[in-house]
Ligand binder design. Structure first.
Ligand code: KIV
Length: 265
């Protein structure tokens, strides 16, 4: 299977071939994703919520992002390995941003970083790209702005807000991003942006008109049956399956049915 590069993603957009993307936080899942040839493997800072149990993505640290990127990297993904820059690890000073992104690339082994925002991060994006670090943008519902947004709310429903997101997408394109995640915006707006920018758009809760789609892997696998946002399609119900396995195991150990002689060294 071919390794996916930023250039290949642009070619896919031009050829009308949909881009597949999933979040990934550990070696075992990365190993399985590789079998399927997922195009973009994102070590998202959703890591903080779905794997580390934080309330939101704000507390996630660069060290945590690096540790999990290293684990994913050990599976030698064929998809492009992108890692989120966590809250306030970028757009502070140019030097600090470059140091943080540099660590994610050098120590983690990521091939690109993702950061949230439009116009306010444009200079940061340019600086990283000038220093040979490819950047993926992220617009719309940007979880690191949860306190400013007042919750996880669809963005761009009002005309002025929609126009601002279109402008931000054009600004990010001009700054040199190789792709833009569009999260939690109306489908029509996402389709309009997809037509207006030359770089691929990757949607999550943004309808079918994007160049590709991304989901949080734990959500699409049904790892938490109490969590089901409208935009998520569950491709498995793993929580149920795992509970069944744990129960069977516990019962069999208690009853002396496991291990049998066959399951011993
Ligand atoms: O952190 C994350 O999982 C993300 C995706 C939802 C795009 O940014």
């Amino acid at each position: 299977m071919n390794n996916i590069t930023t250039t290949k993603l642009k070619e896919m957009k031009n050829k009308g071939r949909k881009i597949t993307a999933l979040t990934c936080y550990n070696y075992s899942m990365a190993r399985i994703m590789k079998k399927v040839g997922i195009d973009v493997v994102l070590v998202g800072d959703s890591l903080g919520m779905v794997e580390l149990g934080y309330e939101n993505t704000i507390p996630v640290t660069i060290d945590e992002m690096i540790e999990h990127t290293r684990a994913v990297k050990r599976a030698k993904p064929t998809g492009l390995l992108v890692t989120d820059m966590p809250f306030l690890s970028y757009n502070i000073t140019k030097q600090k941003t470059l140091q943080a992104a540099g660590r994610i690339i050098k120590e983690g082994g990521a091939e690109a970083v993702k950061l949230e925002g439009g116009r306010p991060v444009a200079e940061t994006v340019k600086h990283l790209i000038e220093n040979n670090i490819p950047v993926m943008g992220h617009l719309g519902l940007t979880p690191q702005s949860i306190h400013k947004m007042g919750g996880y709310k669809v963005q761009g429903r009002e005309e002025a807000q929609a126009a601002k997101i279109v402008t931000d997408a054009k600004i990010l394109e001009g700054a040199g991003v190789f792709a833009i995640v569009l999260e939690g915006i109306p489908a029509g707006l996402a389709a309009e942006i997809t037509k207006k920018v030359s770089v691929p758009t990757i949607g999550i809760g943004a309808g079918p008109g994007c160049d590709g789609q991304i989901l949080v892997v734990n959500d699409m696998l049904g790892m938490d049956m109490n969590f089901k946002p409208k935009y998520v399609r569950r491709y498995a119900k793993l929580e149920k399956e795992i509970v069944r396995a744990f129960k069977n195991y516990a019962e069999e150990v208690r009853e002396g049915d496991f291990p049998s002689n066959l399951e011993s060294y």
